[in-house]
Design a protein around this ligand. Structure first.
Ligand code: NAD
Length: 352
């Protein structure tokens, strides 16, 4: 197979998981990296072996040898960068969320249709080997009809600050940052039903809790405790056209005893858990069985999931296959995320 000339836009924290995975793929040529911060781009170009460094998107897009890019920048730039890349004839792997509004997401979808290039959305949890294993059980009917899912990602102290805490660049707080993953992994395993209505709540009660001492937490490089314009807790019930429902709650800060992550799905033949650990629940001969699949790791292996995500993107670019996280799913996800914010703002259930 020939080598795909790949570039990465945004040379911050998550970009290294993209770069490391591209480097491990034998069908990739490490071609270009771009960041507004030239030093950051140069450092990673040297570390991962990219031949070219750009600080201007226009210059990078004008490079006709570049074939595909990862977009690893602030959320508010995703849609415009993806569209610029598509219009320059490049395939795009865009980090989650696809955009910060439904309108922007639809513009990306339109650009995909106009250019015939592909967009893969970085719903990385779909690419975890346990997610794919569960999907096999679900697709073969082991859980029956899935009618309920419940997901939580509650941080008691985990507002990363910087652009994450600046709504104009992030589009929101824990919902758009963490909720996007939790909702997506459940929605994907539920078979991606069409959303019918949403009732959501958001709260700005605790702020970023930067006063808390004696506990470390992840901080963005440009952490600034004085700036925080995002919610600290969001919850929602999403009702789907097939009658199924999904409950979700996520926080950056909360008076919780400990951090907590869980994602569980319930069908009429069986149930399953993907977080915190893989489990399958069934019933046989009037007996409930809690099944523990014998796999390398029952939890999410982040590095492996990123590698699978990148390998899939490269394969789709080179062969013309459709990604398992296509632009249409990015659009549907933006409907859910924006619908939760809208319902919270209006204080009532909203219908699609
Ligand atoms: N899939 C995951 O699990 C996961 C985890 C973390 C972050 N992310 C996503 O990755 C993205 C980046 O997050 P991060 O934590 O790496 O942030 P970061 O702040 O560490 O890095 C972002 C980089 O983008 C650069 N940048 C911003 N706008 C740019 C532009 N127009 N052109 C060129 N460079 C630009 C910044 O200078 C910065 O270096 C976000 O969308 C975030 O939601 C995904």
């Amino acid at each position: 197979m020939r080598k795909l000339k790949v570039g990465v836009i945004g040379a911050g924290s998550i970009s290294e998981l993209h770069m490391g995975s591209y480097k491990s793929n034998p069908n990739v040529e490490m071609y270009a990296v771009c960041d507004l911060n030239e030093q950051r781009a140069k450092n990673l170009a040297e570390k991962y072996g990219f031949s070219k460094v750009y600080t201007s998107i226009a210059d990078m897009m004008a490079d006709s040898e570049l074939e595909a890019v990862s977009v690893c920048t602030w959320n508010n730039t995703h849609a415009d960068l993806a569209i610029a890349a598509l219009d320059s004839g490049k395939h795009v792997l865009v980090e989650k969320p696809l955009s910060t509004t439904v309108e922007e997401a639809l513009r990306v979808q339109e650009a995909v249709r106009r250019t015939g290039k592909l967009v893969q959305v970085g719903f990385v949890r779909r690419y975890g080997s346990n997610t794919q294993l569960l999907k096999q059980f679900i697709d073969n009917g082991d859980l029956g009809d899935i009618y309920y899912a419940k997901a939580s990602c509650l941080r008691r102290l985990g507002n990363p600050g910087g652009w994450f805490a600046d709504k104009s660049r992030s589009g929101g707080g824990p919902l758009i940052d963490l909720g996007v993953h939790m909702i997506d992994v459940c929605w994907y395993l539920m078979g991606r039903p069409k959303v019918k209505s949403i009732s959501g709540n958001t709260y700005n009660k605790l702020g970023n809790r930067s006063n808390v001492k004696h506990l470390n937490f992840y901080k963005a490089a440009d952490y600034d405790a004085s700036k925080n314009t995002v919610e600290d807790l969001a919850n929602a019930v999403i009702r789907f056209e097939n009658g199924a429902s999904l409950m979700v709650d996520v926080s950056f800060t909360l008076h919780a005893k400990q951090n907590e992550i869980s994602a569980k799905l319930y069908g009429d033949k069986g149930g399953c858990e993907i977080e915190p650990e893989l489990a399958i629940i069934s019933e046989k001969y009037d007996t409930i069985l809690n099944v523990t699949p014998q796999v390398n790791s029952l939890g999410l292996n982040v590095k492996e999931a990123f590698q699978n995500q990148i390998d899939h993107f490269v394969d789709c670019c080179l062969t013309g296959k459709t990604p398992i996280s296509p632009v249409e799913d990015g659009v549907e996800m933006m409907k859910m995320l924006c619908g939760i914010y809208e319902s919270a703002e209006q204080g009532k259930e909203i219908y699609f």
